[in-house]
Ligand binder design. Structure first.
Ligand SMILES: [Zn+2]
Length: 56
């Protein structure tokens, strides 16, 4: 496979809450059975947790 030399460290993901792009290696990751969410830090993770809990 001829890739452009992208390594795991250069992969970036978007924070679910603030949509900032962060390196995958620095992201907070929430894995469920059928989805994976990324957060730039614990602050955004906790915002998401609070929202998820306040819904159903
Ligand atoms: Zn964020």
């Amino acid at each position: 496979m001829q890739d452009s030399g992208e390594t795991v460290e250069s992969v970036r993901v978007a924070c679910k809450i603030c949509l900032d792009e962060i390196p995958l290696s620095e992201a907070q990751i929430e894995e469920a059975s059928d989805y994976v969410l990324y957060f730039c830090g614990l602050e955004c993770y906790q915002i998401w947790r609070a929202r998820a809990n306040s819904d159903d």
